[in-house]
Design a protein around this ligand. Structure first.
Ligand SMILES: Nc1ncnc2c1ncn2[C@@H]1O[C@H](COP(=O)(O)OP(=O)(O)OP(=O)(O)O)[C@@H](O)[C@H]1O
Length: 602
């Protein structure tokens, strides 16, 4: 079974040095599926583009009439009519442009909306392993700048392509219709645009890719060093200067690349502008010659020159379009990379609800490895009867946390089965499974909100009375009442404003509000002072009463009150039994006990 380990993430196109995006048919079809719901709006945009490209031809053609007829004939009425016509065409084209901008924004923003929601939902389904492996900041980059980059895709590719193609066809058609000889002269310059544009395009593509990578690296540093734990690590190890230099170096590189990228575009513009100015000169030269020979009017020459822009600009844009398409496809590729990672922890087809199945927990020959060939659990079997307390003890790294993580299916077991009330958890809906489990971890996660909000997260419908009761039972109510804002006190990021013991008691109150039938607890280690420990102990007694509980036990009192003790060593159940029995066996447990509690009075 493949998991989202380093090897899978290592394949990401975002991280490797892939030069060209995949422009396959499948890829384009996949992208177009996102546009499909907006086909009506897209059609309207195309109609608008066709209309504006025709409207754009009118002013030069009307100018021709002005120069050739209205002015020589001194016909004021015709002049006014032609000027008004030209103005009307410009205004109509402008109005259609406004509508088109609205539709562009509508389509792009709706696709972003769809994709962001799809991505959020998808990431929610990702296993824990994914979040342990993915670089911090990368998820945010995908969710924000990558998906938001889609904004430019519709405009940069579809609209760009259609409008330039239509402009090119209508203008070239008109020019040839007006005078094929002059039209040929105008087209003569076109190949000059193509070569520099292509060259600049590929340079811009390379720079854009490098810039994107640097921006992602920058986000990673920000996430890593300006998040709560990263910040503390940086401060406590006095790495500020080092981190500042690292950030500065990456920023400097990003800045350099961004300047180069914009300059690459600038050079391109300059070259195209230079070549574009050759066209009018040629028209004046050749058109003048044709005029002298009486083949063409002055108005036609003027119209020709003013139409030239409409011929050259689309050629430049269309040649350049490849870069935008490549960029857009690469953007989609990065997003699809995430979508392609299938969430493996999902409900089995026809999964049942756990309701009423009972709360006995049973492991049958369970094995599990985070990474292939490095087993974390080997052939674990045990049974926790309903309403009993099972203590997990063992040296650090033995696999205790891993056992507890498998029960709510934060990871799937590789082999064997885990049963709750006799039902295999693989065949139970995740929602009902997780609703029946209360998890109290050592590192209590509280979000930056009020105490009440944090408690309500467990049960939105809990009344104030229920909240108070839970907090009283968790021995935290009196403490909360002493705070200036009581239950409305803001706890800070991850609950930093509370002590370890307070956080754990709050977390116990939160689980009490959830009222699950199974409790999994990672007992706080000795970091608590005696008073705090006393209160946590009291709160635990309330929490565990009549519940099937699995506790990673660090305190002797918990171990002694356990109905069953599992001694975990090297991913196996080394010994099992009650405190006294295990002591008498004189094995691993006795050894652990002597080391950990040997000097304490029992
Ligand atoms: N997310 C992970 N990815 C890879 N390996 C992991 C991961 N989590 C734990 N491990 C490894 O699995 C083994 C079991 O770890 P586990 O956290 O279950 O031990 P533990 O008994 O709970 O230890 P402690 O008492 O120190 O918390 C260890 O060797 C650990 O390095």
């Amino acid at each position: 079974m493949s998991r989202y380990g380093g090897y899978t993430l290592g394949r990401m196109k975002f991280d490797d040095s892939q030069e060209k995006p995949d422009l396959s048919k499948e890829m384009l079809l996949r992208i177009s599926r996102y546009f499909l719901p907006y086909w009506k709006q897209t059609l309207v945009v195309l109609v608008i583009l066709a209309a504006t490209s025709v409207l754009g031809l009118l002013p030069p053609l009307l100018i021709q009439q002005i120069v050739d007829h209205a002015l020589p004939g001194k016909d004021l009425r015709l002049l006014a009519l032609l000027v008004a016509g030209s103005l009307a065409a410009t205004v109509a084209s402008g109005l259609l442009g406004v509508l088109q901008s609205y539709l562009n924004a509508f389509i792009s923003q709706n696709i972003i909306f769809d994709m962001k929601n799809q991505m959020y939902r998808h990431l929610q389904g990702m296993p824990l392993q994914f979040f342990s492996n993915v670089k911090q900041g990368e998820v945010i980059t995908r969710m924000t700048s990558d998906i938001s980059g889609i904004q430019g895709v519709f405009n940069g590719t579809i609209v760009n392509f259609a409008s330039n193609l239509l402009m090119l066809i209508t203008t070239a058609g008109t020019l040839f219709w007006m005078n094929w000889k002059l039209a040929l002269v105008s087209v003569f310059v076109v190949p000059l645009f193509v070569a520099p544009t292509r060259k600049m395009g590929s340079l811009r593509w390379k720079l854009a890719k490098e810039t994107q990578e640097k921006i992602s690296e920058q986000n990673h540093i920000i996430e890593e060093t300006l998040s709560l734990s990263g910040y503390m690590l940086m401060k406590l190890f006095t790495k500020e200067d080092q981190e500042r230099d690292r950030f500065k170096a990456v920023s400097a590189e990003t800045t350099r690349l961004q300047i180069r990228e914009s300059m690459a575009g600038r050079w391109f513009m300059m070259l195209v502008n230079t070549f574009a100015s050759i066209g009018p000169m040629l028209i004046y030269l050749c058109g003048g010659y044709l005029f002298i020979r009486g083949e063409i009017t002055i108005g036609a020459i003027i119209a020709f020159v003013s139409l030239l822009g409409r011929l050259y600009s689309p050629v430049g844009q269309l040649t350049n379009l490849y870069v935008d398409i490549k960029r857009s496809v690469a953007l989609f590729e990065r997003i699809f990379d995430y979508f392609d990672m299938e969430p493996q922890i999902v409900d089995a087809p026809g999964a049942d609800s756990l309701n009423g199945a009972g709360s006995a927990i049973e492991f049958r020959n369970v094995s599990f490895a985070y990474q292939p060939d490095k087993p974390a659990l080997r052939d674990i079997s045990f049974k926790a009867e309903p309403g009993t307390l099972t203590a997990l003890v063992g040296p650090s790294g033995a696999g205790k946390t891993t056992i507890t993580n498998l029960i709510p299916r934060l990871y799937n077991a590789d082999s064997g089965s885990i049963r709750i009330g006799g039902a295999d958890i693989a065949s139970i809906t995740l929602k009902s499974l997780r609703s029946s489990i209360g998890l109290v971890t050592q590192d209590t996660y509280l979000f930056n909100g009020t105490i009440r909000e944090n408690l309500l997260y467990a049960n939105e419908e809990a009344t104030d009375e229920e909240i108070t009761q839970a907090c009283q039972a968790a021995y935290i109510h009196d403490f909360i009442m002493k705070l200036p804002d009581g239950y409305d006190t803001v706890v800070g990021n991850r609950g930093i404003k509370l002590s370890g013991g307070e956080k754990q008691r709050l977390s116990i109150a939160r689980v009490l509000l959830k009222n699950p039938s199974i409790i999994i607890m990672d007992e706080a280690t000795s970091s608590l002072d005696t008073v705090s420990e006393f209160y946590v102990q009291q709160a635990m007694n309330v929490l565990l009463k009549d519940k099937t509980s699995l506790v990673i036990a660090h305190r002797l009192s918990t171990i002694m009150s356990a109905d069953n003790i599992l001694v975990i060593q090297d991913g196996r159940v080394a010994e099992e039994g009650k405190h006294q029995q295990l002591l008498e066996r004189n094995g691993v447990y006795k050894d652990l006990y002597d080391k950990q509690f040997g000097k304490k009075v029992t």
